[in-house]
Every structure is written in C-alpha cells, then in structure tokens.
Design a protein around this ligand. Structure first.
Ligand SMILES: *Cc1c(COP(=O)(O)O)cnc(C)c1O
Length: 374
C-alpha cells in the first residue's frame, strides 16, 4: 500500500462492517431491543461517524459513558435515545434535561438530584436504574432496591429501564454469570413491568436468558472478540497501515532499541516504522530475547517487533523477506485482516478493548462504506 492520503499512516474504519455487525447481533437478540455502546469515541472508531452508521443500520438506543459523549451523539442524532452509563454527573441535571439524556442512576445521591430536578420542573424525566449484582462498580447495592422503590413510589416516578452488568460474561461457563442472573431476577421482581437489560456483547452471545428487553453490545460491534476461547464471528472494522521510515542492516551481537534488551542472533535487516506507543502500539507488546513481542505484516508476511517499542517508532525484523525488502514510505499492516485487534491484544497481554481505545495516534482516519449499505 502506498501512503498517499496520510503520510503518518492510515486508519481505515469500515462503517459497512460496523453496520453488518450491529444487524448480526440484532438477529441473535431477536425479541429484545439491540442498543449500541459508543463510549470512548465508539471504541476508538469515532463517535460521530460510527453512531450515524449504527443509526442507519437500525440502532435507536445509544449508551455512552460521559455527558460529553452524550452531547456528541445528540448532535449527530437528534432523535436517538441516549443513556449515560456514568450516571448523573453532579450538577449536570439541567444539561441532561436540555439535551434529552437519560442518566443511568446508581446511587441515592444521584437519584435525589434527578428527582429534585423532576419535582422542580414538575416533569418525570426519563432515566435508567443500575443495580450492582456483583461487580462493586457502579450501581445501587441490592439491599437499596426496596428503598429506591419506596422513594419513587411516593412520587409516582418510574425509570424507563433497570439494568445490571456482568463481571465474567467473557467466560460463559463462569458460575458468577448464573449468580448475577439470579440476583438480577430478584431486582426485576421488585420493579414489575419495567424493561430490563443485563447483557453486554458477551452476555448477548451467551444466550437468550440474558437478553431481557434490551442488550448493550459494544466490543462485538467493532469486530473485537467478546467471548474467550471461541471463534470470533464478527467482521473486522478497523485496518491500520503505518509507513516504514528506514530499512537498515545490523550485525550479529548488536542490540536493538532502548534498554538494549534484544541482542541480534544473526545478521539482520531491520525496518523502522512510524508507529510507537504514542500511536497506540502498547509498550507491553515489545519483544525481547526471552519474550516474543507483537508482529506486523510487511509485504504480506508476518514480521516480529524487536526490542522495546518507542514513543514514535518500532523496530521490525524483516530479514526473512530476503530480497523482497520493503522500501521507506511503504505501509505495513499493524491491524487488519491478517492481524486482528485481538492478535495485537494477545501480543501485548491485554484485551481488544484496550487496542481499539488506544487508536488515537498520528495517522489519518478514513471512513469507508456506510451504515445503509452494510
Ligand atoms: C462498556 C459497557 C457495555 C458494553 O460492553 P462490551 O463488552 O463492550 O459489549 C455494556 N454495558 C455497560 C454497563 C458497559 O459499561
């Protein structure tokens, strides 16, 4: 690939694939509404174009983490239903009302602030309630459910939805899933008739028992692996090519990169690429003599990173390419059909989520396809 539209590399985001992924998940969760989680800049893919493509594919319910993200979705989609997973940020009630955002309320102070706004305006503004069934993260504790219920009943208020979040959905056989499912059932029993939502991508794939009235996939929309140890059925959405800056010869016994923690065992040819940890190439994917690092695709071949990944550059072993050496300016694939988000995650000892949300580097973004055609 020649780097023309972006000298610093090219991140290509396939909105058609994104739309196809949403539709595929919507089929799996037939009978439930399929939301779309677009927090963290739509997992690094761009919150505005991705939200529009998801809307064109049919999504109407959007989940973001923060008020700023919610405003971005609201500007792009005037009639989307928007849930803010971080809840009601203190002091933000007027903003939520003005922008028609639904806080996912998970504590008594949040609830009181929202109800105070409702009373002040004499309007039952929509919200969702989050109950913590076993993460000790956001959400009311289960023993607060009856208090919450009493409080809203005296006012005649009801949430649009009650929800919880699974801690171990990526491992479908983990017993915590059944426990959380049962606890969520006990909360639902206290809020009869209110739509319920429990499943993220992995929960959606785990089975119907987890779907209820709304599913909330994120990672699977963006092509990432949701369930561990299973073939990932989703279409890849991101492709990233970065340019080679220099190709050089190096000798046996010489060291490579910071810390000199890789020593060449043979005369080698090295390609220096314009891609470092400031671009999202996690430093934990560095290679040493004792632990292999990430690979990238050069001229159709997998080539390993040698030594530590630097801020702006990484060093690739292209010796195996023989006479088929790449030239400066040529692009190498660091994410794409050959090396997916989860391959790079495995190499870095992390998860695809972190690879995607680290995509904020110094390359040009290019959107291909569209939500209608996907
Ligand atoms: C991020 C998030 C999701 C989406 O999770 P994925 O694993 O990316 O599908 C769903 N629900 C909540 C509460 C979240 O925080």
């Amino acid at each position: 690939m020649s780097v023309t539209s972006g000298l610093g590399g090219l991140l290509s985001i396939d909105l058609g694939a994104l739309a196809r992924n949403w539709r595929a998940l919507d089929k799996v969760s037939a009978g439930a509404l399929t939301g779309a989680v677009v927090k963290a800049d739509a997992y690094g893919t761009g919150i505005t174009p991705s939200s529009k493509a998801l809307y064109a594919a049919g999504a109407r319910f959007f989940f973001v983490a923060t008020p700023d993200e919610a405003i971005a979705v609201r500007s792009a989609l005037p009639d989307a239903h928007i849930f803010v997973l971080g809840g009601l940020y203190p002091g933000a009630a007027n903003l939520y009302v003005r922008q028609n955002l639904m806080p996912v309320i998970g504590s008594m102070p949040m609830l009181e602030e929202w109800l105070a706004k409702c009373l002040e305006r004499n309007e039952a503004y929509a919200s969702a309630f989050h109950f913590d069934t076993g993460m000790n993260r956001l959400g009311f504790r289960l023993n607060e459910a009856s208090l919450v219920k009493q409080r809203i009943e005296t006012l005649g208020y009801a949430p649009q939805m009650i929800m919880s979040h699974l801690a171990c959905a990526d491992q479908p056989n983990h017993e915590k899933n059944r426990t959380q499912l049962a606890l969520f059932g006990s909360v639902m029993a206290q809020f009869p008739g209110i739509p319920a939502s429990l499943a993220n991508s992995a929960g959606l794939m785990t089975g119907r028992d987890y779907h209820f009235q709304m599913v909330r996939p994120g990672i699977a929309l963006y092509g990432g692996r949701a369930v561990v140890g299973r073939k990932n059925p989703m279409a890849p959405v991101v492709t990233l090519h970065v340019p080679i800056l220099q190709v050089k010869e190096a000798r046996t016994g010489e060291t490579v990169g910071y810390g000199a923690n890789y020593t060449l065992a043979r005369d080698s040819r090295l390609a220096i690429i314009a891609y470092g940890y400031a671009d999202g190439f996690l430093r934990s994917a560095s290679g040493s003599n004792t632990r292999p690092g990430a690979k990238v695709v050069v001229n159709g071949r997998l080539c390993p990173v040698l030594g530590r990944i630097s801020m702006d550059t990484s060093i690739i072993d292209v010796t195996e390419l023989g006479d088929n050496l790449p030239r400066p300016g040529e692009g190498v694939e660091v994410l794409g059909p050959t090396l997916g988000v989860d391959d790079q995650a495995d190499a870095a000892g992390t998860i695809g989520y972190e690879i995607l949300t680290s995509l904020k580097g110094r390359y040009t973004r290019n959107y291909v396809g569209d939500g209608n055609l996907g």
